[in-house]
Write a protein that binds this ligand. Structure first.
Ligand SMILES: [Zn+2]
Length: 238
């Protein structure tokens, strides 16, 4: 158990990750100062209305994001969470707000991607979600139905995040909730600590305290590549 955690040894852990865990891999983040949303307007590329108005621009924006993925690697924090999943005697569910594929490439399999995935496309006609590595264009045919109806498989502003029922069930029964590298201010994820906190111990790991640190039982500050491996060592070795 982490020191200073007098509660019971956790059997069910839910871990939420955000941009802060992928920043040290060198990916452009969205919300940070100097991040993508400082350079591109959300309403031009990341809403259903933007896609209806100018689908070619939206495809181009996400093609550029997808093209970054092969140039970055999972870091020590991603790898530590995969190690936790493999070695922990209880149940670990990883929930990520990130659309990159670094958790998967690190080896995590119990993973829910609530904002979708850059490395998938989604067909707006047949709802297939084929794995995708190259660009998509307005005339790219869906591999399943053949219609030129693909969109990025990412959740846009104004759309409902994915897997919410499963996430909320896991939060309600977990006994440790850890939030890593998220601002904690964007709903619905901002409410996870409240749901979990009914019965679980809650821990925030962040580069600096977030606006919602006070809602957690404990907060540790520092780089994810240092804090996450240390926490995993505690959970596996304690
Ligand atoms: Zn289709």
């Amino acid at each position: 158990m982490p020191p200073g955690w007098p509660g019971r040894r956790p059997g069910h852990i839910v871990i939420l990750t955000g941009a802060g865990i992928s920043r040290e891999s060198g990916l452009d983040t969205f919300r940070d100062a100097g991040g993508i949303w400082d350079r591109v307007r959300i309403e031009d590329v990341a809403t259903p209305q933007a896609f209806a108005r100018d689908p070619a621009r939206v495809h181009a924006f996400y093609n550029a994001r997808r093209a970054q993925l092969p140039g970055v690697q999972p870091n020590a924090a991603h790898l530590a969470l995969a190690r936790l999943e493999r070695a922990f005697a209880g149940d670990v569910l990883l929930v990520t707000q990130n659309v990159d594929d670094l958790h998967e490439r690190a080896g995590s399999t119990r993973l829910l991607r609530m904002h979708g995935a850059l490395n998938r496309a989604r067909c707006t006609v047949c709802h297939a979600t084929p794995a995708w590595t190259g660009p998509t264009e307005t005339d790219t045919p869906c591999p399943a139905c053949g219609r030129a109806a693909l969109r990025p498989d990412v959740v846009w502003f104004g759309e409902m995040p994915l897997h919410m029922d499963e996430i909320e069930r896991a939060l309600a029964r977990c006994d440790l909730f850890v939030s890593i590298g998220t601002s904690g201010t964007v709903y619905p994820a901002a409410g996870f600590v409240t749901i979990a906190g009914e019965r679980a111990e809650t821990l925030e790991l962040n580069l600096e305290p977030s606006d919602v640190s006070s809602r957690f039982d404990a907060c540790r500050t520092g780089p994810a590549t240092l804090l996450v491996p240390a926490l995993v060592d505690e959970l596996l070795g304690g």
